[in-house]
Design a protein around this ligand. Structure first.
Ligand code: 8YV
Length: 327
């Protein structure tokens, strides 16, 4: 039997997943619901052979400078790795893995949910009832917009973008997308999708726009103030990818000025420091980064992290290595 790796977790995972970690590895759990403070993270860099990180951790140059010789791998709990300095990891010979594939359906589900919630004004309706203000039915009360027959523009047609497109088709939407390159002919035919190499052209024509691209320096403010201004006044924008892709202040201004119809956001430019201008707007549905928060996804993500570490422990190359060519 191979020697158990010393694994340090920076996140609290479901109990069953943690138990499995303890069975398989020499694991130090993080039982606090709050993120691991920076100091403890830098300490972990000097003791862990494998660090199980999350989006809460800044795995930056300073982290890698602090890391001891023993650190072999960062096994990230999550698919996005924009919080990890991959180039520095490569330079130090430290493997980085993520959890692709296992949260695709959950994130697409939530994105579709946000599209409907914003278009059909779910939150305003639910709050009206909760406040005890539903006193009479009226034909003109809380009229939303039908999504059937509308055009959805997906920015980033990877796994999650495609899973969203399948759902949107089922709801009778027309799928359009912008991506670095077109999807295969088979997928394009299945989704009856229209490809736009020019993002500006697509944005100006859509009823709904969904951000499904990874966060990276090349997607930072991809939806800049200038691009957001191209959206039609009846358009809605949803983002379940990364907040940094959209200029949040510019978005809030457009929304306040009724120059777009609504937004559904699960992620924010500065993590939990949400632009105050977004608060209190009836046409903004704001969620606390919960798109992949299902029992199933969290368990599968944990299992995926375990698979990567176990493969390393057994002397093989972990399957979900993040390599610079992917960036
Ligand atoms: C996770 C996510 O909850 O996987 C991702 O990239 O954004 C989320 O769905 C989070 O990253 C966990 O670290």
């Amino acid at each position: 039997m191979s020697k158990k790796l010393k694994v340090v977790m920076t996140v609290k995972l479901p109990d069953g997943v943690e138990t499995r970690f303890r069975e398989l590895f020499n694991t130090t759990l993080w039982l606090n619901k709050n993120p691991m403070p920076r100091e403890a993270l830098l300490d972990a860099a000097q003791t862990a052979e494998v660090l199980v990180s999350s989006i809460n951790d800044r795995i930056d140059e300073a982290f890698f400078e602090a890391a001891g010789e023993q650190l072999k791998m960062i096994a990230n709990f999550g698919v996005g790795h924009d919080h990890i300095d991959i180039a520095k990891a490569v330079e130090k010979g430290i493997i980085v893995t993520n959890t692709p594939g296992v949260l695709t359906e959950d994130t697409a589900e939530m994105t579709m949910g946000l599209i409907i919630a914003v278009s059909r004004r779910f939150i305003e309706g639910a709050e009206t009832v909760q406040r005890g203000e539903f006193s009479a039915w009226s034909p003109t009360f809380l009229m939303g917009r039908r999504i059937y027959g509308k055009r959805l523009g997906i920015v980033g047609m990877g796994r999650i973008g495609q899973a969203l497109a399948r759902r949107a088709r089922a709801f009778g939407m027309q799928v359009h997308y912008h991506n670095r390159k077109p999807v295969s002919a088979r997928i394009s035919e299945e989704l009856e999708a229209t490809y736009w190499d020019d993002l500006d052209q697509m944005l100006a024509r859509m009823d709904v726009v969904s951000i499904n691209a990874p966060g990276s320096p090349s997607t930072f403010h991809l939806l800049s103030a200038e691009r957001l201004a191209l959206l039609q006044p009846h358009a809605i924008l949803v983002n379940t990818a990364r907040g940094q892709i959209v200029d949040e202040e510019a978005l809030a201004h457009l929304l306040k000025a009724n120059r777009i119809a609504g937004v559904g956001l699960d992620v924010y430019e500065r993590a939990t420091a949400i632009s105050p201008e977004l608060f209190g707007l009836p046409n903004a549905v704001l969620l606390p980064h919960m798109a992949s928060s299902t029992v199933e996804a969290r368990t599968d993500m944990g299992d995926r992290v375990i698979l990567n570490i176990k493969t390393l422990q057994d002397g093989h190359r972990p399957p979900d290595r993040v390599i610079p060519a992917m960036l």
